[in-house]
Design a protein around this ligand. Structure first.
Ligand code: THU
Length: 136
């Protein structure tokens, strides 16, 4: 379990990433911060596009940023928004997080100070995963 100061740094990193979100269409800014098993923090934000389906969520941007740095193991992901209630990750992001960190904890935080926490395994039970391919 991450200590309080690490979690505070992770929250701050997620909000800083949210501040850079490019969300002119939805106006729903999201930041994500991953904590790697070796204590590094990697962030992402949502990046929308005029061709709407080309947009990317914050969590998947963070996973991509981590993987390109050779970081593939995460213990926590913090999702930061300006919503009134903490938002859970979308289904596609749950799947992408599961690929690298099926045991991670998702902490969702809002500017207003509301928080919710879930094990990823509760958000995506019976996931399709790398081992699922072996049965094909
Ligand atoms: N979004 C995320 O960044 N993460 C999620 O888990 C849910 C949704 C973004 C996508 C889009 O830019 C905006 O929020 C509204 O759906």
């Amino acid at each position: 379990m991450a200590d309080a100061s690490t979690l505070a740094a992770l929250r701050a990193a997620a909000f800083a990433a949210m501040d850079n979100a490019y969300a002119p269409y939805s106006k729903f800014r999201v930041g994500a911060a991953l904590l790697t098993t070796d204590g590094q923090i990697v962030t992402g934000c949502n990046v929308e596009n005029a061709a709407y389906p080309a947009g990317t969520c914050a969590e998947r941007a963070a996973v991509g940023a981590a993987v390109v740095r050779g970081l593939r193991a995460f213990t926590h992901v913090v999702v930061a928004t300006e919503a009134s209630t903490p938002t859970p990750p979308c289904g596609m992001c749950r799947q992408v997080l599961h690929e690298f960190a099926p045991g991670c904890v998702v902490l969702s935080v809002t500017r207003g100070g509301a928080e919710a926490e879930w094990p990823l395994a509760d958000l995506l039970p019976y996931a399709f995963e790398p081992s699922s391919l072996r049965d094909a």
